[in-house]
Design a protein around this ligand. Structure first.
Ligand code: EPU
Length: 417
């Protein structure tokens, strides 16, 4: 089994370039099936989820060419085929084919999506939304068969501003007659990124990035071109690392409005950083203060940085508390952090106590999920001795060229097959 091996306590300096956002790219690729012929997506990260999405696109008879971080998709021979379970379970984002293929063909058949095991993660809000637009949804065991003679735009209120449901309904609404209005929509940057792609291919979308999004259906779209936004979670992860072991470490490719909640929290913790243009420079903070963190939807503190910041708070002088409001099973990383000599206690299902400061010690650990894996590689980089991270494939699902990027700035980190 492959593992990442880290010899910790090396100072990191130089520059880390941020890749395109996983959670945008994984929606933009299925969205490309809406185009009649060609579309191009630039700045696509090299991660496992993208490899599997391309396999699904090829299964649907699309031609996909990859060159220098750009992918060009020819969907002129797209065929509506059921998506096999062995492909759809590889990642969460396979559910975006539901919205896209429903818009395009009025029918889609696939199984429940996969993704990190961090909670139940139902897709009831997506399904309710498709039904509001006129689709009939049949669920046989694990398989979803969604059909619509025609989709008709209407006003849909989300019970919760789900990122996935907002994007899926934007995709489905692009194939509906008339206008769809999504109320209580998610406001994450990924929504804006997908809206910009839809607008570029010819769908009229208004209000993305606010709580109300309007989409005028238009099936006659083509030649979509889009740049994937920089990955705000990858960016936040490396900023957190910089606060622990950086020496004028430069993180290049940031959009500071996308990481506002993290930057505020770091200021509260006592971390200094400097932003010039799209580059943030950060050095090790020698006086880390304990804080309370509550995860929220954008623009609140992102759940995807909760596990990485937990590792930072093991170094704070005092006790910190984390409240995880999005997922009911996102503290699994703390078991291994404690084995590395941290003191964390799960107080309730969604509340974590972290007592610091603790000198972390390298040992063998297991990455249970993507961001939990990130919290462990940060821990390995500050720990004494050697840390071996097993099941490290989950980390490669979200961090493009992680070993190369960290080696370039001075880390002792290896990927061993
Ligand atoms: N939810 C429902 N019903 C639904 C949809 C969501 O109850 O129909 C609940 C979920 O169970 C969860 C909460 O609502 O408790 C948030 O879910 P949301 O739909 O917003 O998240 P998602 O689309 O499943 C995306 C990212 C996640 C990220 C969340 C929140 C992708 C592929 N995944 O998930 O990313 O945590 O938004 O920002 O875009 C990661 O990158 O590590 C990751 C897990």
């Amino acid at each position: 089994m492959a593992k990442i091996v880290i010899k910790g306590q090396k100072e990191l300096s130089g520059e880390i370039n941020i890749s395109g956002a996983k959670n945008s790219a994984v929606a933009l690729i299925p969205a490309a099936t809406l185009c009649k012929t060609k579309s191009t997506i630039y700045n696509v990260p090299e991660i496992r989820d993208i490899d599997y999405l391309i396999k699904i696109m090829e299964h649907l008879n699309c031609k996909v060419e990859e060159k220098d971080g750009a992918i060009t998709i020819d969907s002129s021979k797209l065929k509506n085929k059921p998506i096999p379970e062995e492909l759809s379970v590889q990642m969460r984002a396979s559910y975006y084919f539901m919205g896209a293929l429903l818009a395009k063909f009025g029918k889609v058949e696939m199984s429940f999506p996969g993704g990190c095991n961090i909670g139940a993660r139902p897709i009831d809000i997506h399904i309710k939304g498709f039904e509001e637009l006129g689709a009939k949804v049949e669920i046989i065991k694990n398989r979803y068969i969604i059909k619509a003679k025609k989709l008709v735009g209407k006003k849909i209120y989300f019970d919760f501003p789900s990122v996935g449901a907002t994007i899926n309904l934007m995709l489905a609404a692009s194939g509906a007659e008339g206008t769809t209005i999504l109320e209580n929509a998610a406001m994450e940057p990924e929504i804006v990124n997908v809206a910009s792609f839809l607008i570029n291919m010819g769908v009229n979308v208004r209000g993305a990035g606010t709580k109300t999004i309007e989409i005028d259906g238009n099936k006659n779209v083509d030649n979509g071109v889009v740049d994937v936004f920089p990955d705000r979670i990858e960016c936040g992860t490396y900023i957190i690392l910089g606060a622990l072991v950086g020496k004028n470490l430069k993180i290049k490719g940031i959009i500071k409005e996308h990481i506002g909640a993290l930057l505020m929290k770091l200021t509260e913790i006592g971390v200094d950083y400097k932003i010039e243009g799209d580059t943030l420079t950060i050095s090790k903070c020698n006086d880390i203060k304990p804080v309370n963190v509550k995860t929220q939807v954008f623009p609140g503190f992102p759940t995807d940085l909760q596990q990485p910041i937990t590792t930072l708070l093991t170094q704070a002088k005092g006790t910190s508390y984390i409240e995880e409001t999005l997922y009911e099973n996102r503290f699994k990383n703390t078991y291994d952090l404690n084995r590395m000599n941290a003191i964390t206690n799960i107080l309730t299902l969604n509340k974590l106590e972290i007592r610091g400061p603790r000198q972390l010690k390298g040992t063998k650990v297991i990455a249970t999920d993507l961001r939990g894996g990130a919290s462990l590689f940060i821990a390995g980089l500050i720990a004494s001795g050697t840390t071996e991270i097993e099941n490290c494939e989950v980390i490669l699902r979200g961090y493009s060229y992680i070993v190369e990027k960290l080696t370039k700035v001075g880390a002792d980190i290896k990927y061993i097959e």
